[in-house]
Structure formats: C-alpha cells, structure tokens
Design a protein around this ligand. Structure first.
Ligand code: NDP
Length: 282
C-alpha cells in the first residue's frame, strides 16, 4: 500500500491566541489514537479572517476553532450552521465536510455534557446564570434547547443581560427573565442549577468571586463554574461549604475539545488523556 505522509490539519484562529491551551489537548488525543492530524495555533487579524477561511478550503483542513474576535464574523464565510450556532449567532468550531463549511458552537454543548456526566440533567430544571457574555450566551441557549423549565439571567450590564433574556424568549421555548445585578445579589430560591458564567475568579484574580449573597446558595442546588483556571474557585468552595454539589470549568473545556475531536476525526475522544494533558498546563 502506498504510504501517506500528508497530515490532516485542524487548529484555531484568534487574536490574541498565544495562550490558548487547546492545541496541547487535541494533539495529545491525536497521538493517543495514532492519527496523523495536527492542531495549529494561528494568529489571524480581524481583517484577514476572510482569507484565513479560504485557506481552510484550499488546504482541505478538517476544521478549525475560532476564538476572540472571530466567533461572530466567521458566520459570513460558512455554508451551514447548527441550530445552537444559529440562535447564539456565534461559532467556535468549523467542520469541513467535503468542501462545505459547517459551523457549530461547542461552548454550551461542552458545558451541558460535563453537567450531565456529573449526574445532573437539564430537563425541567430552574436555571440561574450569572453573566451574559459569550460563554453565558452559549450555555443559556444550550440549556434552553435541552429542556430547562426557566432561565434567569443576572448580569451587571443591563443591555447585555436583557438582550440575552429576549433572545431566549424569542428563539427558544424556554421562558427567561433578566435581573439587574445588585450588591450581594440574592439567588432566586427556586434555583436548581446555578452557573457562574462570568470571568470573576479567573487567574490571576483567584481570590475574586461573584458578588452574591452566599447564604442564599443552598444544599439542593447544583453549582457550576465556567472558570477553569483555577479549577476549584472560591465561588465553588463557598457553594460546597453550604452543601451544594459543584461542577468545575475544566470539565467543560475538556468536553468541548472532545466534541471537536469527534467532529473532525469521527472517532471517540480519549477523555482521560485529554484531561491529563490539560491539567499539566495549569
Ligand atoms: P465575555 O467577555 O464575553 O463576558 C464576560 C462576562 O462576565 C460579562 O457578562 C461580564 O459582565 C461578566 N463579568 C466580568 N467580570 C465580572 C465580575 N467581576 N462580576 C460580575 N460579572 C463580571 O467573556 P466570555 O463569556 O467569553 O468568558 C467568560 C468566562 O468564561 C471567562 O473566564 C472564560 O475563560 C470562561 N470560559 C470558559 C470555558 C470553559 O470551557 N470552561 C469556555 C469559554 C469561556 P458585564 O456584561 O456586566 O460586563
């Protein structure tokens, strides 16, 4: 049989992108599975995105991740979108299917998979989300698509928070509301799943935590954080003190990388290897 020295290409376009750890995780998985794939971490300026997306087609790349500031603008260069990507209006993963570029958003799917694997599902659950940025948007839409009963968005900036609640009400079947974030914000008592989707507590600000009334977090809640560095945030520690079940942001990150791996290679992802590779980075 003729040898094939050509590697299949994947990667990420972003600016800045130097500190993005996804390549380490994907490369560990490719190696584990004996796949001749590469993951390239590439700086792409906003004005060069169109040409960069052409290169995905020209090089026959299997796919590409998009990070800041390309997640919204990339929509103009794609052939098709998943339901979640269409509602969110942002794409973080592109799959090249025989020259057709398909946009997906695995941010929310990674979160939901990690949550479900921890033993909590979203069907008929009352969800409260802190934050209304890119991560919150993706998570909120995925929670709605998975059958959450009600979603409350709490955010400092009213414009962003109210806009996300409106998006959920207009484009999904899940009722949603926005609450303005006040000092020592009380968490609604009927909350079953509480999610910090803000960047509060992310390294190096590891002592920072969302400004909520922690006594309103109860043992019946499942409390999740998107912050993955550090994995155990002060927010989660405060929730655990009150007996709540906690789910950290590392799981979301690894599950996202695993979803990308499967979308690009068609193979099951080696989760343990990917988790170990990621942990070594922090
Ligand atoms: P954005 O910049 O889009 O949004 C940031 C959000 O956090 C906004 O809602 C902002 O509120 C809020 N915020 C920031 N600081 C505070 C604070 N001190 N108190 C209250 N609210 C605050 O960022 P992303 O949504 O893209 O990312 C958010 C976090 O999620 C980051 O830490 C990122 O690393 C993490 N993340 C984790 C992933 C994972 O796989 N685990 C995947 C993607 C992101 P306002 O609108 O009022 O400014």
């Amino acid at each position: 049989m003729a040898k094939n020295y050509r590697a299949e290409l994947t990667g990420v376009f972003g600016d800045p992108v130097d500190d993005n750890p996804t390549g380490v995780v994907e490369e560990a998985a490719f190696q584990e599975k004996g796949l001749n794939y590469r993951y390239l971490t590439i700086k792409v300026l906003p004005e060069d995105l169109e040409d960069a997306m052409k290169s995905v087609r020209i090089f026959g790349m299997k796919g590409i991740n998009l990070t800041m500031p390309h997640k919204v603008k990339v929509l103009s260069y794609l052939d098709e979108l998943s339901e979640a990507a269409e509602i969110i209006g942002a794409v973080n993963t592109v799959i090249n299917r025989d020259g057709k570029l398909y946009g997906e958003n695995t941010d929310g799917k990674g979160f939901v998979t990690a949550l479900e694997e921890s033993g909590t599902d979203l069907k008929d659950k009352v969800v409260t989300i802190l934050g209304a940025g890119g991560a919150a948007r993706a998570i909120a839409v995925e929670c709605a698509l998975r059958g959450a009963k009600q979603i409350t968005i709490i955010n400092r900036s009213e414009e962003r928070g109210a806009e996300l609640a409106k998006l959920l009400n207009e484009k999904t079947d899940c009722p949603a509301r926005y609450l303005k974030w006040t000092s020592a914000m009380e968490i609604p008592g009927d909350t079953q799943i509480l999610i910090n989707a803000t960047s509060a507590g992310f390294s190096p600000n590891v002592k920072e935590k969302p400004d909520i009334a922690y006594d309103t977090v109860t043992a019946s809640m499942c409390v999740c954080d998107v912050v993955f560095n550090p994995a155990e945030t002060v927010f989660l520690a405060e929730a655990a003190k009150r007996g709540a079940k906690t789910v950290n942001g590392l799981g979301m990150l690894v599950r996202q990388a695993a979803l990308n791996f499967t979308l690009w290679t068609g193979e099951e992802a080696p989760l343990d290897i990917m988790t170990e590779a990621l942990k070594k980075e922090f």
